[in-house]
Ligand binder design. Structure first.
Ligand code: ADP
Length: 167
């Protein structure tokens, strides 16, 4: 029997939300270690730098045992091979997530047949929640406290509230 010691939770986390944190917490019931792998993709425009996203993830997971925050560029399957970890965790919110996630999971397995993707279905409280929605609300100075951890609220306010005053 193979015991999986670590699973990878890849994503942009731009910024991390309570939905991400819920997936991380629940994945820790299944695996002793979760390696959060933040995408470092120069072709994708992020609101927060890689350093900021890593820093926020480290802050919000500091009380959880078994979480490692890392980053990767290039193909996720190559990163998985490098760290010798072949289970990927992804969150599913709605049917709209499914089609894309299904395609990516199949491609990843085609690229490396050792890769297995596990989907965790979102908690009902977070079905609507995404990093983009949170940024949109922050841009309009809406109340983001319910959607993201406190340190992320602070960061979003610094980015969107203050820059709006200066403009
Ligand atoms: P990506 O650009 O890789 O989709 P995201 O940071 O948007 O990166 O998402 C990372 C993972 O977290 C994805 O599997 C996504 O479906 C999942 N996720 C994002 N928001 C939620 C949420 N509210 N509930 C459950 N899973 C979520």
């Amino acid at each position: 029997m193979n015991i999986v010691s670590a699973a990878i939770y890849p994503g942009s986390f731009d910024p991390p939300t309570n939905g991400h944190l819920d997936i991380i917490t629940r994945a820790l019931y299944l695996f002793p270690e979760i390696v959060i792998a933040v995408t470092d993709n120069i072709n994708k425009k992020h609101a927060f730098s890689l350093h900021e996203r890593i820093d926020l993830l480290q802050k919000i997971t500091k009380k959880l045992k078994g979480v490692k925050v890392t980053s990767f560029s290039g193909l996720l399957v190559d990163y998985a091979e490098r760290i010798n970890s072949f289970v990927l965790v992804r969150g599913l919110r709605a049917l709209s997530d499914f089609e894309y996630e299904f395609q990516v999971a199949l491609v990843n397995r085609k690229l490396n047949k050792k890769i297995e993707t596990i989907f965790l279905i979102t908690d009902q409280r977070y079905t609507f929640l995404s990093s983009s929605i949170v940024k949109e609300i922050a841009m309009h100075r809406g109340d983001i406290k319910k959607f993201v951890p406190q340190c992320v609220v602070k960061k979003l306010k610094e980015k969107y509230y203050i820059s709006k005053i200066i403009k």
